[in-house]
Design a protein around this ligand. Structure first.
Ligand code: FO1
Length: 317
């Protein structure tokens, strides 16, 4: 919880684009410094996977659990103190147990899957889970249509979770696809949230597999371009290393520069200001030369105070 004396920032409607663990730190800061209802989060669903007949939406859950204060703080995903009895039971039936679904977490997946089976949309499920867990920010999946992220690798074609979790990001990435993106539609409220926000924040998530799928949904990138001056992206690469996960390795394997400048090139068409850490200030001139503004702010968030400080600084730029 933020210190009681800290004033909330009023008069801004913020829309954030988010993946999972990397984004959640900044989202928690934004959630605490803003009136929570003033925050809309558009979440990547390229990571979604069906396992044991259940629809798993990792990034939606990571964001929701984080803002609800129940996320496992050590892992950044799953529910704090969860147990894994059901997973052991599933393994006993010969089912795959490489994706760690906790017992309490399973309730979320069962509820979401049941709603989808009953003909409701993924956004209805996200809304139901958000409300039940008491989160006051708006949480929107990027699309109600499945857009799975597929990794073409030296080990063949892999679903993103198989690449990341089962194969621990070891295969060499040759290409990334967002299957079905061309015919997907942005979920209700997504394009409006970008159009109407006072400011749009791109969280420090993997540009290729967390922000990339959101940008691939028809209309999203165009709508961001139309708001370019008000788009602030927080660079997920600091000093040439990912803040979280395999972004640096994936960028390099696909021939992009794994630096703040590499991220700037990927985001230049729709981002007005790139926020980089002081460790990367030597790259500011090259980024500015692309036609972007640069803001230098400490971007490594270890403590709650650092999350709130970056959030507040971003809203005051
Ligand atoms: N990440 C892992 O590294 N190992 C897991 O077993 C795992 C299980 C899991 C279960 C539910 C959930 O919502 C997320 C889970 N994650 C796990 C995280 C997830 O794979 C990724 O961090 C995100 O998809 C990337 O944002």
């Amino acid at each position: 919880m933020p210190p009681a004396k800290e004033q909330k920032i009023r008069g801004q409607n913020i829309t954030a684009l988010a993946g999972g663990v990397g984004a959640s730190k900044l989202l928690l800061g934004l959630y605490e410094v803003l009136e929570p209802e003033a925050l809309t989060i558009i979440v990547n669903t390229g990571d979604d996977i069906v396992l044991h007949g259940l629809k798993i939406s990792p990034d939606l859950d990571i964001v929701t659990y984080t803002l609800a204060g129940i996320v496992d703080p050590a892992k950044g995903w799953g529910i704090r103190g969860d147990t894994f009895h059901a997973l052991k039971g599933l393994a006993g039936y010969g089912r795959a147990d490489w994706f760690n679904l906790g017992d309490r977490d399973l309730a979320t997946h069962i509820h979401r899957s049941a709603l989808l089976e009953e003909g409701r949309r993924l956004s209805d499920a996200a809304e139901s889970i958000r409300a039940a867990l008491g989160v006051k920010a708006r949480i929107l999946p990027m699309s109600d249509n499945p857009v799975p992220t597929i990794i073409e690798s030296d080990e063949g074609t892999l679903h993103f979770q198989k690449y990341l979790v089962k194969r621990r990001a070891e295969p060499i990435v040759k290409a990334i696809r967002f299957a079905g993106a061309e015919s997907a539609r942005a979920a209700s409220g997504v394009l409006e949230a970008i159009r109407e926000a006072t400011r749009i924040i791109v969280c420090p998530s993997n540009p290729l597999i967390s922000i990339g799928p959101i940008l691939a949904v028809p209309g999203v990138r165009e709508q961001l371009r139309a708001r370019r001056t008000d788009v602030f992206a927080v660079c997920p690469i600091v000093g040439g290393k990912s803040l979280k996960g395999p972004s640096d390795k994936m960028l390099a394997q696909l021939g992009y520069e794994a630096t703040a400048l590499g991220v700037a090139r990927l985001y230049n068409d729709f981002t007005g200001t790139l926020v980089i850490d002081p460790a990367d200030k030597g790259r500011a001139a090259a980024i500015t030369a692309l036609g972007m503004k640069v803001a230098i702010l400490p971007s490594v968030m270890k403590t709650q105070a650092q999350k709130r400080q970056l959030a507040r600084a971003l809203l005051e730029l």
